[in-house]
Design a protein around this ligand. Structure first.
Ligand code: ADP
Ligand code: MG
Length: 254
């Protein structure tokens, strides 16, 4: 069953010189555990689309369903990660990871255990009493991810979540994040302007046009590999084929 269904989404904004349509006719779906990425020109409406899926923004038209329920306002079943890791400097790693549970008022014994298990599984338990400033950028990002996963979201939204990291860290973090998300079977929608990142992580890439953004293509990414990782994908001969395809599609103006 599809975990996410996006149906005929349209968003108009009031601008000084009248109304602008940011996105229109956007429809797609994602199944359990699927990794979907969204690429498109800067300013085309990618963040707008994620805000709508998250329930933060109500669309002018259209509907979003997560696990069969219509999204109407901010949903506790949706995890959202932005470029800044938003860790609180005065809280320990452990307390940071519990924050999402506290905000949603679901800091139960069971959920606390889940948070601790995630810290253990992904190599952060020994750092639980440290503060964010004592961790590297990559580790902070992993903490932010675990904090988001601690709420057991049905779907995870990533908006340029890795773009503040330097190149080397970014490669490692995306490998890490990919492994965690596949293991936890989390359905993910990631917005990125980085084509290689999109190819190396996704099961499908949605290519958006210039504003008003419509879907140009939904490209299935299949490396026909067991246990693929972003790094092994980058080394596959198919990688440059996908890159050329997306690059051309993005540059083509109709
Ligand atoms: P992207 O994430 O693809 O760079 P955005 O979704 O942030 O694009 O923005 C899409 C378009 O909508 C841009 O032209 C932006 O200026 C406009 N926009 C975004 N948010 C608002 C808003 N709250 N009010 C008016 N215009 C907005
Ligand atoms: Mg954006």
């Amino acid at each position: 069953m599809d975990v996410l269904t996006v149906m005929n989404i349209e968003q108009k904004y009031q601008a000084e010189n009248g109304e602008i349509t940011a996105i229109k006719d956007i429809s797609f779906a994602a199944e359990k555990g699927e990794f979907v990425s969204i690429v498109g020109p800067s300013g085309c409406g990618k963040s707008t689309l994620l805000s709508i899926i998250s329930g933060v923004l109500k669309p002018t038209n259209g509907e979003v369903y997560v696990s069969g329920e219509r999204v109407d306002g901010v949903s506790p079943h949706i995890g959202y990660m932005l470029q800044k890791d938003n860790l609180l400097d005065w809280r320990t790693i452990y307390k940071n990871v519990l924050l999402g549970l506290e905000i949603r008022n679901i800091k139960t014994q069971e959920n606390r255990k889940r948070a601790e298990d995630l810290l253990k599984t992904y190599g952060l338990y020994e750092f639980r009493d440290k503060y964010p400033s004592q961790l590297s950028g990559g580790m902070r990002q992993r903490v932010a991810l675990i904090r988001t996963l601690a709420i057991s979201p049905d779907i995870l939204l990533l908006d340029e979540a890795f773009s503040a990291l330097d190149y080397q860290t970014r490669l490692n973090v995306t490998d890490d994040v990919f492994r965690i998300l596949k293991q936890e079977q989390v359905t993910t929608v990631m917005v990125t302007h980085d084509i290689p990142e999109s190819i190396s992580m996704s099961d499908k890439t949605i290519i958006l046009s210039d504003r008003p953004a419509v879907i140009k293509e939904i490209l299935k990414i299949d490396f026909e590999m067991d246990n693929r990782t972003p790094l092994t994908c980058r080394n596959s001969p198919k990688f440059s084929k996908y890159f050329d395809h997306i690059w051309k599609e993005l540059s083509r103006n109709e």
